[in-house]
Design a protein around this ligand. Structure first.
Ligand SMILES: [Zn+2]
Length: 279
């Protein structure tokens, strides 16, 4: 995985969250959930936390000492990084590290284990991690990054200190995308009204499919937060319990991943897959 030159650049505008971490750095919680922002800014805040706990200055990250630079390169020997942005996090990869988590860190600071997009845990993997959180692990801290806390198992969240980054500004979709998300929600509800949209030849290109998935993720976020500023988010909040909403989230994440890979995919088929998974 390659990071851009300044891995903390995505923290612009997130000063509030950064201040909150600095305030607790003298006594770091064993487990932290980072929600809000976007995927890149959540990873940036998690790396900031790892630097904050390991920087040679003992204070705010200098970004120049060996630990800071190695953390930026994901090459620090007290950093474990599981990347849910690259697909589901497998249970075996968690089990493989349990021995490591039983040990004190190699250096003077903390061993930091980061799960980027932790909602990409299978339940089994989350339970394996839970076992590790239940035993005290001196010098080991865990960071779970997710779009919002409701996307994670409640048992993980209840053991964690939660920091909320500034949410992306835009909360409602533009009218064209709103039509698609409404059709998708209707198909989930009734099984009707969807396939005519995607079967029209050339109707769906990759850009549109990505925008629809992103738009539905936005609706889901509103539904989960209970604020429901749109009819679609209100209907989701109405039609599904927490578990159902989390399942929708996982399906959208997988669709997004399929659309983001370099392998050519048929964007209409990805959307149809999303439509059929919940109906
Ligand atoms: Zn440093």
């Amino acid at each position: 995985m390659s990071l851009n030159a300044d891995p903390l650049a995505a923290l612009a505008g997130q000063e509030h969250a950064v201040r909150r971490l600095n305030a607790i750095a003298h006594d770091p919680p064993q487990s932290m959930v980072i929600e809000g922002g976007d995927a890149d800014s959540r990873v940036a805040l998690a790396l900031y936390w790892a630097m904050r706990l390991n920087c040679e200055t003992g204070g705010e990250p200098c970004t120049r000492c060996a630990p800071c630079r190695q953390i930026a390169d994901l090459a620090f020997n007290d950093l474990l990084f599981f990347d849910g942005r690259e697909g589901l996090i497998k249970v075996q990869s968690i089990r493989d590290q349990r021995g490591t988590w039983g040990q004190p860190p190699n250096g003077e600071g903390c061993r930091v284990t980061i799960f980027a997009e932790a909602q990409m845990f299978m339940t089994e993997s989350a339970n394996a991690l839970l076992k590790s959180l239940e035993e005290p692990r001196p010098g080991n801290v865990f960071v779970l990054c997710a779009p919002q806390r409701e996307r994670l198992l409640e048992t993980l969240v209840s053991r964690s200190w939660v920091v909320t980054m500034a949410w992306p500004d835009v909360r409602a979709n533009d009218p064209e995308i709103a039509e698609w998300t409404a059709a998708l929600a209707e198909c989930w509800r009734s099984g009707r009204g969807w396939f005519g949209r995607t079967s029209a030849k050339g109707a769906v290109d990759k850009g549109l499919a990505q925008a629809v998935v992103l738009g539905m993720q936005r609706e889901l976020r509103e539904a989960m937060s209970g604020s429901c500023v749109t009819p679609v988010s209100a209907s989701l909040a109405d039609g599904y319990d927490r578990k159902g909403l989390r399942r929708i989230g996982l399906i959208l994440d997988q669709a997004q991943e399929a659309l983001n890979t370099q392998v050519p995919v048929n964007p209409a088929m990805v959307l149809d897959w999303v439509a059929t998974r919940m109906s």
